[in-house]
Design a protein around this ligand. Structure first.
Ligand code: FES
Length: 345
């Protein structure tokens, strides 16, 4: 171990201790760095070049919007996944070009065309005094002047054109997908009508009441659904679940006389957001929707006993025809599917 003494030896080699410089009472404001003009500010040709870039970006946006609209009409989707993929791809590319063009043009405009004069704003209390509001209006007017839009006619046309066209990317698909009809009453009805037979999904075989045993559950579609112009759309509204309960277990039914000897038919479309309700618990008579676990009690008018659904599954009133086949007594007496449609009533 080395010895350290006060008169020499290793202690003599220690570096001299330095004291920290005194902290000033306040720091000087370093101010703004020196202002450097941009190339476009000093070279008119560079300024023109930047304007052309902004124009080109707005043109990309306009072409993107037009391309998206063309794709919407020229590439209709069929029943196969390939046409849906192709349509989505071109719609997405058009929409991306439309939005990206406007976004990049706005950034480029702000960075290279608008004035880059540096201003210092002194802090002041935040208040909405009349002078402040007047100043804000003045600043706004200056901003418009700064943007150069009043001097650059072509640029004005480009920005107005691309911004005016862009809403079409949202409006056209929305309007087009309604199918050309604004008659929303079609959502309130299905193809069920008096005397239409209940058939097994998907075979289409009619069901005799005698075939439905207690505890069994049947997935049912209306007879002749495959002969309609759009069987899938009809099925999406009209599909039904048929169950047979022991009459002693029935607590209530939604439509008095709507069942036949303990056979009940309820819409299979969940009243929450429309998933197919297909999990049937034989012992408890509960129907469970797999999407968000709404649970309906079939023995008690299909009322909601759990989950986010707000109303019972609509009941289809049924009876039998003279050959013993199950038939509908009428259409559903209330809209099927998500409760949203209730608001239209
Ligand atoms: S869709 Fe059935 S619970 Fe949400």
């Amino acid at each position: 171990m080395s010895q350290v003494d006060n008169h020499g030896g290793p202690a003599d080699n220690l570096p001299e201790l330095r004291t920290a410089p005194p902290v000033p009472e306040h720091f000087e404001n370093p101010g703004l760095p020196e202002h450097k003009p941009r190339l476009g500010d000093v070279d008119p040709r560079a300024d023109k070049r930047r304007e052309r870039i902004v124009l080109a970006l707005f043109a990309v946006s306009t072409l993107g919007t037009i391309g998206m609209l063309v794709a919407f009409f020229a590439l209709p989707t069929g029943r196969d996944v390939a046409t849906i993929h192709r349509s989505n791809l071109w719609l997405g590319l058009g929409l991306a070009a439309s939005l990206l063009g406007i976004g990049l043009a706005a950034i480029q405009w702000a960075k290279s065309i608008m004035s880059n004069e540096e201003r210092v704003e002194q802090r002041h209390p935040l208040q909405s005094a009349p002078q402040v509001r007047q100043a804000a209006v003045r600043n706004l007017a200056e901003g418009v002047k700064d943007s150069g839009i009043s001097r650059r006619g072509l640029l004005k046309t480009a920005v107005v054109g691309s911004l005016a066209l862009f809403p079409l990317t949202i409006a056209v698909p929305l309007i087009g997908d309604v199918g050309g009809s604004w008659d929303v009453s079609k959502f309130k009805h299905t193809m069920w009508r008096k005397g239409l037979r209940l058939t097994i999904d998907p075979s289409g075989r009619p069901i005799k009441a005698a075939d439905v045993t207690i505890g069994s559950v049947w997935h049912v579609i209306p007879d002749g659904i495959d002969k309609t112009p759009d069987p899938l759309e009809e099925k999406a509204k009209a599909i039904v679940l048929v169950v047979r309960l022991d009459p002693r277990d029935v607590k209530s039914e939604q439509i008095p006389g709507g069942s036949y000897q303990g056979i009940f038919a309820y819409s299979k479309i969940c009243t929450h957001v429309g998933c197919p309700v297909a999990l049937y618990e034989q012992q408890t008579h509960h129907l469970l929707c797999p999407c968000h676990q709404s649970t309906f009690d079939v023995a008690d008018g299909a009322r909601v006993i759990f989950g986010p659904a707000k109303r019972p599954l609509p009941q289809l009133p049924i009876t039998v025809d003279d050959q013993g086949y199950l038939v509908a007594k009428s259409d559903f007496t209330q809209p099927v599917g998500p409760s949203f449609w209730d608001r239209l009533r």
